[in-house]
Design a protein around this ligand. Structure first.
Ligand code: COI
Length: 349
């Protein structure tokens, strides 16, 4: 049973949906579910607002926290859709397992998410590019600074109306020194700390005019892995190339959907290690036609240039870009405007 406490007033009328900065505004309600005495308690949907935790709560000291990113879309008939939510559900539990957080039950997740979306349905606007970004997350809420897995947690879902993630052109720096993840580590999990650890090197890259870093393997820095908020694709000639997922790389839902679409549309694809050397050489020879990132927040984001060892490379402007092709195909499925061949859509009703 979900306990639903409706907000007495809505922030909808104060929200400008035409000018949204990613992740700044939150809808009227949120979901909160506590884990204690060895079990997840009843989920509660309540007005979005602050939560109270002890300063000693484990999450503040040891970063025992994981999260997900999903989106809800509205079609022209006001029907609400999710895109492959089963994947996010499975992944949050995979992340949780790695961080020693107890598994969250599937029926709790879907029931609470659907109730929350129905309550906040007016926060989802029609139109390509408009969505409600959904952020499920789990934090170790137990008080006490002993360095061990907590016995109490909070699973929460908050929602934020969204448009584009990046507001301008995206240029990336290939990492030469810093690493995002290591073999045997938590790179594949959506662990909060994976993201926090990127802020400092990303700030340094920003000072040089880049928006993101493409992380290279921690051992040799010779192979390109992922961008941290996106998985990464290269188009060399007409071949689509991306790194395989492993211990260090997030198994992105958009990434795997792009690979399925590439197969459907007979786009020559290679999933293999991609070396920095190969990409630099392809760029120098004019064979690197495109780079783009894929992710829930960004969908498909073209990358217009990259930097490596102090040199900057600009990519050609493509008329028939793969980035545009995949974005269009994905969005048509997400917004219920194309056939859903692979059963990716999930209606909230
Ligand atoms: C997403 O695409 O949903 C992500 O989780 C990336 C995020 C850090 C903005």
């Amino acid at each position: 049973m979900i306990d639903i406490q409706k907000s007495p007033n809505s922030k909808l009328s104060q929200t400008n949906f035409d000018n949204l900065v990613f992740g700044q505004v939150f809808s009227d309600h949120m979901m909160e579910c506590d884990y204690k005495d060895g079990a997840w308690q009843n989920p509660v949907i309540k007005p979005y607002g602050p939560i109270t935790l002890q300063p000693s709560a484990r999450v503040f000291h040891y970063g025992q926290a994981v999260f997900e990113g999903m989106k809800a879309y509205k079609d022209k008939e006001d029907k609400i859709w999710l895109f492959r939510p089963d994947q996010n559900f499975e992944r949050i539990n995979k992340s949780s397992e790695r961080l020693a957080i107890p598994e969250f039950p599937k029926d709790y997740f879907f029931n609470a998410l659907e109730e929350l979306l129905k309550l906040d349905k007016d926060w989802i606007k029609q139109g390509f590019g408009n969505s409600l970004y959904i952020r499920p997350f789990v934090i170790a809420s137990e008080a006490g600074v002993s360095a061990s897995a907590a016995k109490e947690y909070k699973f929460m879902i908050i929602c934020s109306p969204a448009q584009a993630y990046y507001s301008g052109e995206v240029r990336v720096k290939f990492s030469e020194k810093f690493s995002r993840a290591a073999d045997g580590g938590v790179g594949y999990a959506k662990a909060a700390g994976n993201y926090g650890a990127q802020f400092y090197p990303t700030n340094l890259a920003k000072e040089e005019g880049f928006q993101q870093i493409i992380w290279t393997d921690a051992n040799s820095h010779e192979y390109l892995e992922e961008a941290g908020t996106m998985n990464i694709f290269f188009r060399i000639g007409d071949k689509l190339v991306t790194a395989p997922t492993n211990d260090r790389i997030l198994d992105g839902v958009t990434r795997k959907s792009v690979l399925t679409l590439a197969e459907e549309f007979n786009i020559d694809t290679e999933v293999r290690r991609v070396s920095v050397k190969e990409i630099v050489e392809a760029a120098e020879k004019g064979e690197l036609k495109e780079m783009f990132g894929s992710g829930t927040a960004t969908v498909i984001n073209p990358i217009v240039g990259f930097g490596y060892k102090g040199k900057k490379y600009e990519l050609p402007k493509m008329e028939d870009s793969y980035a545009k092709f995949f974005k269009d195909k994905l969005m048509k499925i997400q917004y219920n405007e194309a056939e859903d061949k692979f059963g990716w859509r999930y209606e909230v009703k």
